[in-house]
Design a protein around this ligand. Sequence first.
Ligand SMILES: NC(=O)c1ccc[n+]([C@@H]2O[C@H](COP(=O)([O-])OP(=O)(O)OC[C@H]3O[C@@H](n4cnc5c(N)ncnc54)[C@H](OP(=O)(O)O)[C@@H]3O)[C@@H](O)[C@H]2O)c1
Length: 325
Amino acid sequence: MQIEDKPDPAPGEGEVLIRVRASGINFADILARQGLYPDAPKLPCVVGYEVAGIVEGLGKGAAGHKIGDPVFALTRFGGYSDLVNVPASQVFPKPDSISFEQAAAIPVTYLTAYALLIVMGALKKGESVLIHNAGGGVGLAALDIAKHTGAIAYGTASPSKHSFLKERGLDHPIDYRNTDWLPALLDLTGGKGVELVIDPLGGGSWKKSYKALRPTGRLGVFGFSAAAGVGIRAKLGLLREVIKIPRFNPLVMMGVNKGVFGLNLGHLWQEREKLGEWMGVIVEGVEQGWVRPYVDKAFPFEQATEAHQYLEARRNVGKVVLTPS
Ligand SMILES: NC(=O)c1ccc[n+]([C@@H]2O[C@H](COP(=O)([O-])OP(=O)(O)OC[C@H]3O[C@@H](n4cnc5c(N)ncnc54)[C@H](OP(=O)(O)O)[C@@H]3O)[C@@H](O)[C@H]2O)c1
């Protein structure tokens, strides 16, 4: 990655120009940099799905915002910038109680987790959920939502993250790096399994996660972290995971009372009303204190490479953001 100077962009019709104070990093940015993210613009490009900052300009018809307003937004690329134009419907007022860095940690993680757990996963009080990568950005957001719902939360994560996750409310952390997580989960649940699993790992993991469901259980698939990596060994690893992708048979699913669904927030842009409604709940959660965006580390733009390396080395707990100098 490298920094480039470009002329300041002017907001187009219906767009809000934001002076960025923090940009959220998502795992998708890493996959895009590695050339493994099908939705990314052709390289070279500016990635970045979310920002927080100050409204600096308004295009014709960009209703609902004023110059000088503190906001946060879903950007769909271009977020790693000092200035970015965003359609007005993807811009939300920043709650006063959180910093710009925390606000930049909200859009992708909390909307994804809300859609997975509440909208498609239909998680209820008293049900159990297994959150894979519980210590990551989406993982921590999912934990906030699960605990607010009154669910019992199981989570896989590197063992160094377990004590932090327990403090955040995770009922049962599971070390998936050094042990086989499925027998561990079955042990913890008296052999029953859980009602919901959210799985961004992909490949063979989806097969295992399906096995972890008890009757009426749902599996939400939403990523392929197993694809991450560069070089020939990583590509062979990816191929091995692709071969392991399970084929679900509806007749078998009917017989065992299990469901599978997929989620891609990046393909929900046309559902503006839904996104706005979910964000309303999340902002209310910030005000009520159960939405707790957690920023592990902020890197200046100049250190964007180090920031990506930090995530790739699995050192992050929660969100990593970039800040303009
Ligand atoms: N479909 C959607 O709409 C959507 C939206 C957002 C995110 N996602 C997906 O959700 C996943 C999590 O995204 P995120 O942005 O919240 O990132 P993140 O969880 O902060 O990602 C980093 C963490 O993932 C874990 N991890 C698992 N496999 C890894 C690998 N091969 N290389 C490095 N880390 C790995 C590590 O935690 P441990 O130390 O615990 O292993 C690491 O700390 C990604 O797969 C992403 O593509 C999908």
